[in-house]
Design a protein around this ligand. Sequence first.
Ligand code: 2RA
Length: 345
Amino acid sequence: MSSKIAVVGCTGAVGIELVKCCHARKSVFGDAPPDLYASARSAGKTLDTPYGPLTVVEFNVETLKAKAYDFIFLAVSGGFSLENAIPLTTNASGTPTYVIDNSSAYRYHDEVPLVVPEINFDSIAALDSKLIANPNCTTAIAAMALYPIHQEFKLKKLIVSTYQAASGAGEPGMQELLEGCKAHVNGDARPENKIFSHPLPFNCIPMIDKLQENGYTKEEMKVAWEMKKIFGTDDIKVSTTAVRIPTLRAHAEAITLETEKDISPQAVVDCLKGKPGVVVEDDPANNVFPLPLTCSGRDDVSVGRIRQSLIFDNKGIDLFVCGDQLLRGAALNAVLIAEAIVTKK
Ligand code: 2RA
């Protein structure tokens, strides 16, 4: 049986990847393409998709409720989600509609599961919720590598430094980086910046999202808040510095971790071996390690540069993680949630 799927916010970078991820899982969802919704500005446009050309329809909550979708993916602003996500979980036929929201609107609501399917899929049933929050990209990518380590060695502390791609600011962010790079090589040392707070080409910007009262940014606090909710523990201390760098679509993160039990680089390699969604690429002598370039367009999160911590000794590890921001950090994670709902029903 095929699933009825809608993608709301289909013209953005995440929306486009959502459609591609659904197509890549036609064996799970069936051959029918998702219905595509966006604002009035994009309605009537035709998008080239792996299903062929598809026309964008203007979003209207009643239209979607009447269609009784199995899954609605939201790749929209937090304000839009706050207004529409809950109404969309009920439909005219009375069948369940799962709404999977990529915004941060409901991530910290106790009654809404925040899900990385390989880690806490069971929280959906436990909370009996049709609204499911997709984590922030930085958290989702790190969580894939860290959860198996947490299960085996119990994490106590994480120090995370991020190297975040322009795609975190959507298609306009990627365009600003590309155009700015062209302007820069043509002699403009300070190309125009509208999306980012400073020009991104040949630069890095140590501030992503709004400043919080404690001096951290919201992007940095999201890693702490979300990791705890996904892992189901308040016992892990997380401190993050989030930095935007001039890469296009894969986030990288240098992580120092402290564990309760003894840990070694080989034990981490053994622990991550065969875990779904994670690959170890760690042969630094031959220049093999995770790179934004090689991780772009790939489903798996890559882990490398695994070494014993010089601070936490035999209870600590330093490692480097990299993952496609638009895939594992957004669209793929959302579609894998839907896939798990279909296959585990
Ligand atoms: C960023 N975390 O990279 C955001 C996107 N979700 O800006």
